[in-house]
Design a protein around this ligand. Structure first.
Ligand code: RM4
Ligand code: MN
Ligand code: MN
Length: 394
């Protein structure tokens, strides 16, 4: 590998920060049940401790996304969370309100036909904005389970209007340095219509909400064969891409490990981002977050695997020969343009990444180093036999 590529990779990795989901460390399940792990985090403190381990060994995960109901329930203060952040070396990241779990949200939250339910949802969003501000978190990450299961049962236009109003009121409560990220998902839990089903709906709603609202792309929230990198390119060109929830999928919102099914898809997404940055000279202001939760793999090991994959694929995109790519595109040399992508994707960037880790004082192989640390054995004993306190989904 040319020295210039090694340098490009180091520069790229210095910039790449990945936020971990608190719920990825807790026991979660499928619709059919939960397989519990003795080492799973049972409390918010344990989630911070586990996220701290991933950051310790990878050096690039300084923040952890929190779900308000699961991590900051009534009685927990910003000072409590701050103290955990200091103790474990990771700070609170994006704040995720939860307007899908309570019984009142059976028919939706901000889009609910019943005004008192809409009001309760709005109040929770406003509380979440306040919590985020107290924690010094920039991003409020919004995902709504709102939708309907049967044709004719919902007034789709009225619900859109209620959503727009609720988001506008939430936006009005934000401090100037805060952002609202609007996530979309085509189906599940609703299977006939979902109120925010795709990136166009998120984009429109974000624009209604106000200038600090952007779109959040969860890679698993698309129909099969959807060209996700095109969505990324469009949102970048509109300055509307606020963040990602990374995961991989075979069928739908499978939340499998990033890059495990289709690493080339992930590469194409990173390639669009790096291309945008090269062409415009601007740094894309994107929150890179992981949204995964595994009940078969060990959770901390899986997060380390995820972060290592993210770094590897990102490094491949960073070394793309953009001047040559732009020339090939303009001269309509299709095979050459396509091969420029493939050459970068086929490059073994791992030696350069190991070198970057050494220079950072990190272990070359974070997963092996974590396994050798004895952390899992220790927490398995400490956490054995304790039930988790509703700190995640399912
Ligand atoms: C949803 C969506 C949200 C996540 C919840 C738990 O499918 O991806 O981002 O917070 O799951
Ligand atoms: Mn998500
Ligand atoms: Mn999801």
């Amino acid at each position: 590998m040319p020295a210039s590529d090694t340098e490009t990779i180091a520069t790229a990795l210095n910039k790449l920060k990945i936020e971990l989901p608190s719920w990825g460390f807790a026991d979660t399940g499928t619709r059919f049940g939960k397989f519990v792990q003795p080492t799973a985090a049972k409390t918010t403190e344990e989630k911070f401790a586990d996220a701290g381990q991933v950051n310790l060994f990878t050096g690039c995960c300084p923040t952890v996304a929190l779900h308000v109901l699961w991590d900051v329930p009534a009685g927990v203060t910003a000072a409590d969370i701050d103290a955990l952040g200091k103790k474990y070396g990771v700070k609170a990241g994006a704040i995720n309100p939860n307007v899908f779990q309570d019984q009142i949200y059976k028919h939706g939250s901000l889009c609910n036909e019943q005004e008192p339910v809409r009001r309760a949802a709005l109040q929770h969003l406003l509380d979440s904005v306040r919590i985020a501000r107290e924690l010094g978190s920039r991003d409020i990450s919004l995902w709504f389970a709102d939708g309907s299961n049967f044709p004719g049962t919902a007034n789709i236009r009225a619900r859109k209007q209620w959503m727009a109003e609720g988001l506008r009121k939430t936006h009005a409560a934000m401090a100037p340095n805060q952002r609202m990220l609007v996530e979309y998902k085509p189906f599940e839990p609703a299977f006939y219509h979902t109120d925010i089903a795709d990136w166009g709906m998120s984009l429109l709603l974000a624009r209604y909400a106000g200038p600090q609202a952007k779109v959040l792309v969860d890679t698993g929230h698309h129909y099969q064969a959807q060209n996700i990198e095109q969505i990324v390119a469009w949102l970048l060109s509109e300055d509307m891409l606020g963040g990602f929830h990374f995961n991989d999928r075979r069928y739908a919102d499978d939340d499998l490990t990033m890059g495990s099914i289709d690493p080339y898809q992930l590469f194409r997404i990173f390639a669009e981002i790096c291309f945008f940055e090269w062409e415009t000279g601007k740094k894309a202001d994107i929150a890179y977050m992981v949204d995964q939760s595994h009940n078969l793999k060990n959770k901390i090991e899986e997060m380390i695997q995820t972060v290592m994959t993210a770094q590897e694929i990102y490094a491949k995109a960073a070394i793309l020969d953009f001047p040559a790519l732009a020339r090939a595109q303009n001269e309509q040399r299709l095979i050459d343009a396509e091969n420029i992508l493939k050459d970068a994707f086929s490059t073994d960037v791992r030696p350069a990444i190991r070198g970057w880790r050494r220079a950072q004082g990190l272990a070359e192989d974070p997963l092996a180093a974590f396994r050798a640390s004895g952390y899992l054995e220790r927490v398995a004993k400490e956490r054995a036999g304790r039930a988790s306190a509703g700190s995640s989904y399912a």
